[in-house]
Ligand binder design. Structure first.
Ligand SMILES: Nc1ncnc2c1ncn2[C@@H]1O[C@H](COP(=O)(O)OP(=O)(O)OP(=O)(O)O)[C@@H](O)[C@H]1O
Length: 226
């Protein structure tokens, strides 16, 4: 299934500081990511991986610099506009799934679209059902809190792709899974983003996942290393 227009990133002169930290958490002169690239973001604990992911997705705004996705500098948007931009263009997969207990797998996949648009488009439910079956979830009405951790992350992968975003961003998507579940989540993330033609950015320590991504970005003390 083709994704909508795929954004590409141009980040320039970014600095992110937190109160109480002498050095910036991030200081990046430039970073460009091409449409459809798959990128591993690696580095020791505290080097700034989550901070960079938060900046790329507009969850955090740097004090300085621009984060331009296909001509939209998201640092210049209001918070509401940035939230709408993220809902439209970014699919997120987090280490701890961030699913809503009490809702079924299908309801979880559809929830971001319900929240963003107040109603679902005609194609939303069949696409959510297709994606859940594609990630190996057959009981679409199963409450997510009764699922295994591997199943929960597969639901989160289906949710990230459901609105057909141009970019999938994952923060340690396999870190809280056992080896088998991690392997299957990593494979699905790669296959489904490839099928969608989306760009994939993954912060990960997973030695099985890193070599399967095209490009390696290494962060150290908030700076990119070659
Ligand atoms: N809200 C905050 N307030 C103050 N300092 C923060 C905040 N968030 C992050 N930091 C600091 O910024 C730096 C980068 O943190 P970040 O979470 O981006 O690292 P990370 O590479 O994702 O680490 P890990 O692999 O352990 O998750 C760290 O020194 C951290 O302590």
């Amino acid at each position: 299934m083709p994704s909508e227009a795929v954004p590409a990133l141009v980040l320039a002169d970014v600095e992110l500081r937190f109160p109480g930290l002498e050095q910036p958490a991030l200081a990046l002169a430039s970073l460009t990511i091409a449409p459809g690239e798959t990128v591993a973001l690696v580095g020791p604990s505290g080097c700034g991986k989550t901070s960079l992911i938060n900046i790329l997705t507009g969850l955090e705004v740097p004090q300085r610099g621009s984060v331009d996705w296909s001509g939209t500098d998201i640092t210049r948007l209001s918070q509401g506009a940035r939230d709408r931009w993220r809902a439209r263009h970014i699919g997120l997969v987090m280490q701890e799934f961030h699913l809503f207990p009490g809702l079924s797998a299908l309801e979880n996949v559809l929830l971001p679209q319900r929240l963003a648009h107040f109603r679902l488009t005609d194609g939303a439910k069949p696409e959510a059902e297709r994606l859940l079956r594609r990630v190996g979830i057959d009981r679409l009405d199963q409450p997510v809190e009764t699922m295994s951790r591997g199943q929960m992350q597969r639901v989160a992968v289906a949710r990230a792709l459901a609105a057909r975003p141009g970019v999938i961003v994952a923060d340690e998507p396999t870190a809280s899974l056992d080896a088998d579940a991690g392997e299957s989540v990593a494979a699905l993330l790669l296959e489904l983003t490839h099928e969608a033609g989306a760009t994939l950015i993954v912060a990960t320590h997973d030695p099985h996942l890193v070599p399967r991504l095209h490009r390696l970005l290494r962060l150290e003390s908030g700076r990119l290393k070659d």
